[in-house]
Design a protein around this ligand. Structure first.
Ligand code: GRF
Length: 216
């Protein structure tokens, strides 16, 4: 059983989808702690409702990003996780954490990376009149939203506004993130550090990543 830590800052709907998939035994893993930088994050309530340990590490109490990340690294490493899942953790990490946990940290980002790293991805897709939008799941590297891509879920943009795109993208996230986490817990996906690449076992990949189209 993989030991998982989930990092959040807000609502935690992705956290909830992971909890649900663990409870239904789809994901063979255990969340040992949910860590938030925001005391008021609703995701903390979701964790408590699921009897999961929570820990708040408020970034406002640290003078520099380095000092915060050192404290976070201390907490993370004390729990000895197999997998760290960023699920709406709204902090830019300094290299110390991705380097220490290389191949063990995941992030989900609401765009078809390398398109639109950073914020306001839905608005950017609409402004650029993109035909498609989507989500990317990737290993975390020191480059913001730039680590090796594991999977992408794509939807067609209809007459969407930002609010409808956000809702549709969330639905895709709640399917594709648990799927990737399940594969990692089943050891069907892992990052081979010596080869510096992602290994997929018995999984359909296209252009070296899992690609899925969703009608949502
Ligand atoms: C998601 O859209 C995720 O892609 C982004 O932050 C959002 C978190 O949403 N990184 P939630 O807190 O899981 O509901």
């Amino acid at each position: 059983m993989k030991k998982i830590i989930v990092l959040i800052s807000g609502s935690g709907s992705n956290l909830q989808s992971i909890i649900d998939n663990i409870n239904s035994k789809n994901i063979k893993g255990e969340i040992v702690e949910v860590i938030s930088n925001e005391n008021g994050a609703f995701g903390l309530t979701r964790a408590k409702n699921a009897n999961i340990n929570t820990f708040v590490l408020d970034h406002r109490l640290y003078k520099t990003r380095d000092m915060y990340d050192k404290a976070l690294l201390k907490r993370l490493s004390s729990l000895n996780p197999d997998l760290i899942i960023m699920a709406g953790f709204m902090r830019i990490l300094t290299p110390i954490i991705p380097n220490y946990f290389k191949g063990k940290i995941l992030n989900i980002h609401p765009s078809l990376l390398p398109l639109y790293p950073g914020l306001d991805t839905h608005q950017k897709a609409i402004n650029n009149k993109d035909k498609c939008h989507g989500v990317s799941v990737h290993y975390v590297s020191p480059v913001l939203d730039g680590g090796p891509l594991i999977a992408q879920g794509r939807i067609v943009i209809n007459n969407d506004e930002v609010s409808t795109l956000i809702k549709r993208i969330h639905k895709v996230e709640h399917l594709i993130y648990p799927l990737v986490i399940k594969y990692i817990c089943d050891e069907k996906i892992y990052f081979d550090i010596a080869l510096n690449k992602i290994i997929y076992k018995d999984i359909d990949v296209k252009d070296d990543i899992i690609k899925k189209d969703y009608e949502i």
